[in-house]
Design a binder for this molecule. Structure first.
Ligand SMILES: Cc1ncc(COP(=O)(O)O)c(C=O)c1O
Length: 444
């Protein structure tokens, strides 16, 4: 595809006039995207890219899936907005579809418009249900942008104001690659994290927690995967102190991690409350808090979300889940994820600055380090790789506390050939980084 003009730069100049400066696009020379279809997007200058980040794991069926587009069109022409003051079949269909795939006895849903709001709902619900206030979250976790969601988030760059929300503490991140205790088995690590949680409860709370909240894979943190046995133990501990376990599936949900619908199912734990967003509706703004009937029933006071359960968004969600089931996306994500993982491990074998390859299914990351022994985070290399991949026509994401982790999370319908193509392009980008690194005389 030939470039026709320089529309991307013009559009970004306009963005800077009208949009908050804090809305920061990914690249130093931002990419302005005009259209997308499946795993491909095209910028305003006509250049095509293979999208391996899916709008932050959100266009779960690729861009503009025809069944989702048709459902949106059909519903928008029928009735576009009602508010929760009225009942509409679409919201019920969406709730039923979620209850059918959610683990355990999670069957009652409250719909909102963003992951942040769904987190807020979950934490307020946990407090209402237990009659307690203290919440334990994890370091390196990310849960959103309101005051409460930021307070449970544990990344300084995302906590722009000092927190004024009380009753929140953070336990150790279950981050095996950077565990400060040397090489340990999963069982030993789980015990260390378990003892830490117990100590956090007994020393930094009043001993009566309302909830423990965690992402099943820490997404913004750089796809940190807790060790085997971790959630079983953590849920058991928080429940033994009378609190509930809230699982944040905003990134890991809807088949993303392969084999199961939700990340937490890999640990065989049914949460008390679960939060979902991102991939739930193929890119439309939907988020959900699901709970057991007993817990959901603890919210007796008034509440409303004007746009929550909006019929057009619900129609998109019902269509998205319909396609996900028909295509068996958990099985697809497992197969394509294994293919992607093999390719990433081959890149690691060729480049010592790829310190860790981790993830599950189609949620895979490369942690970049200055050297594999010292493991000093290498945000500069991550920036170079991000840009080199773009030059190769490949979109990937970045994360980690220091911005040193490359995140990959394409459409769950990505094909075998597209995964191969993504790996080829990423391989060429890695070789560019390697060459620049040598040029800069930084090879060890
Ligand atoms: C794990 C997790 N929870 C919650 C959120 C907040 O979602 P939103 O940006 O839709 O408010 C995010 C967003 O990235 C997330 O990754």
């Amino acid at each position: 595809m030939q470039a026709t003009d320089n529309r991307s730069a013009e559009i970004f100049a306009e963005q800077r006039r009208y949009i908050f400066d804090c809305v920061r696009p990914l690249y130093a020379e931002p990419l302005a995207i005009a259209e997308g279809s499946g795993c491909r997007v095209r910028d305003y200058d006509g250049r095509e890219y293979l999208d391996a980040f899916a709008g932050i794991l959100t266009t779960s069926l690729g861009h503009c899936h025809p069944e989702v587009v048709a459902a949106i069109r059909e519903q928008a022409a029928r009735v576009g907005h009602l508010s929760t003051l009225y009942v509409n079949d679409r919201q019920i269909q969406a709730g039923r579809a979620l209850a059918e795939i959610a683990p355990g006895n999670l069957s009652r849903t409250f719909f909102v418009n963003s992951g942040t709001e769904a987190i807020e709902t979950a934490l307020q619900l946990a407090r209402l249900h237990t009659g307690r206030t203290e919440i334990i979250a994890l370091r390196q976790g990310y849960h959103g942008r309101t005051s409460m969601a930021t307070a449970v988030t544990a990344h300084a760059p995302w906590r722009v104001l000092p927190s004024t929300v009380t009753g929140i503490t953070h336990a150790l991140s279950p981050y095996p690659y950077r565990a400060p205790f040397g090489d340990r088995t999963d069982e030993e690590l789980v015990e260390i994290y378990a003892q830490d949680l117990i100590e956090v409860i007994e020393t930094t709370t009043n001993g009566q927690p309302a909830a423990f909240i965690a992402e099943t894979i820490q997404g913004v943190g750089g796809y940190i995967v807790p060790p085997r046995g971790y959630f079983q133990r953590m849920a058991e501990i928080v429940r033994s102190y009378g609190g509930v376990f809230v699982s944040d599936e905003v990134q890991a949900g809807f088949g993303r991690t392969g084999r199961h619908w939700f990340g937490i199912e890999h640990w065989g734990v049914a949460p008390d409350i679960m939060v979902m967003a991102k991939g739930i509706a193929g890119g439309m703004p939907v988020a959900a808090t699901i709970a057991t009937p007993e817990i959901a029933g603890s919210w007796r006071g008034k509440t409303i979300s004007t746009f929550g359960g909006n019929p057009v968004c619900m129609a998109a969600m019902v269509a998205t889940l319909g396609v996900m089931r028909a295509e068996d996306v958990p099985a697809r994500a497992r197969r394509r994820g294994a293919q992607l993982r093999d390719g990433l491990e081959a890149l690691q074998a060729a480049h010592p600055w790829i310190g860790d390859v981790r993830g599950m299914g189609l949620m895979q990351a490369l942690e970049l380090v200055e050297d594999p022994v010292g493991k000093e985070p290498a945000p500069r290399l991550a920036g170079m790789l991000l840009n080199a991949a773009r030059d190769e026509g490949l979109l990937i994401g970045i994360g980690g506390l220091h911005g040193h982790v490359i995140r990959i999370g394409p459409s769950l319908l990505i094909s075998e050939t597209e995964v191969e193509e993504a790996l080829d392009r990423l391989g060429r980008a890695c070789r560019t980084v390697e060459a620049n690194r040598r040029l800069a005389g930084q090879e060890r």
